[in-house]
Design a protein around this ligand. Structure first.
Ligand code: ADP
Ligand code: MG
Length: 255
């Protein structure tokens, strides 16, 4: 079994002038290669903190985090991070936004440049290469942000409520779209969200967190009896409601 990510007994607290805020308590889980994990939990429970630790932006107080068997540090670069807002720069074209990460990490070569163009073409943004972010819809901008992350070929993708800034309708489309892209590219991903439907329609497994300090209440593998297992088909499948109720109950039984 190829483990991309492993967390063992991770604890974290913020220390401020007002005192200590425990955010995570004894978090352990692993992500296999190609697996898509969703982490759900009430707002303020510690989800963003969890991703910051995995990205190496924060250091665990206790426990350890490994990516491909190696301890995570500040200089860990094989992790892609996608946030709530697409954070594209208006003064750069879509193409120049997409290659920004390559430039910063000194990875701009003929090959990586071509891959950026191929991804833009393949995912329907080819004709927007020279457009500015404001000329694109919210969903297209999220696609561009995802492509910017994908060209760096990260071993693991972290998604922090990446669709929550979009209106409901767009959010369904974009969520399904991004989910399909990640499947096609066979990426391992950890998606953090407070939207249960999003988690159930996209993930292989859902990890349910308690309120702050977050601990793992339960992990639920999602199994759908579908010929064509897409987010849209999942939403219409009978299992969807069952999973929703199960997770909802678990979240609220500890509230
Ligand atoms: P979530 O993403 O689940 O909404 P966060 O991980 O952002 O939650 O935050 C978890 C808790 O830690 C919150 O109660 C928040 O107030 C606190 N917190 C987050 N960032 C900081 C910080 N930089 N300093 C102090 N406390 C923080
Ligand atoms: Mg958050």
């Amino acid at each position: 079994m190829d483990q991309v990510l492993e967390l063992k007994h991770v604890c974290y607290s913020y220390h401020t002038l007002d005192g200590e805020t425990p955010a995570l308590s004894d978090i352990s889980f692993a992500v296999e290669k190609g697996e898509f994990i969703a982490v759900v939990g009430p707002s303020g429970c510690g989800k963003t903190t969890l991703l910051s630790l995995i990205a190496g932006l924060l250091t665990p107080e206790k426990g350890r985090i490994r990516i491909n068997g190696k301890e995570v540090t500040e200089s860990t670069t094989n992790v892609g991070y996608m946030l709530q807002h697409d954070e594209l720069f208006e003064w750069r074209t879509i193409y120049h936004n997409v290659v920004l990460g390559l430039e910063i990490q000194h990875m701009m070569t003929a090959k990586t440049r071509q891959r950026a163009i191929d991804l833009l073409d393949f995912y329907g943004l080819g004709q927007f290469k020279n457009a500015r972010p404001s000329e694109l819809s919210g969903g297209m901008r999220q696609r561009a942000a995802l492509i910017r992350t994908l060209v760096l070929e990260p071993d693991l993708l972290l998604l922090d409520e990446p669709f929550s800034a979009l209106d409901y309708q767009t959010r369904l489309h974009v969520g399904d779209d991004i989910g399909q892209i990640l499947r096609r590219e066979e990426k391992s991903a950890v998606l953090v969200t407070h939207d249960l439907s999003e988690a159930i329609s996209l993930a292989d497994r859902v990890i349910i967190l308690s309120g702050r300090p977050a601990s793992i209440l339960q992990t639920i593998p999602l199994v759908f009896d579908l010929k064509d297992d897409t987010p849209l088909h999942r939403r219409n499948a009978p299992e969807f409601k069952t999973y929703f109720q199960l997770i909802w109950k678990e979240l609220n039984s500890h509230a």
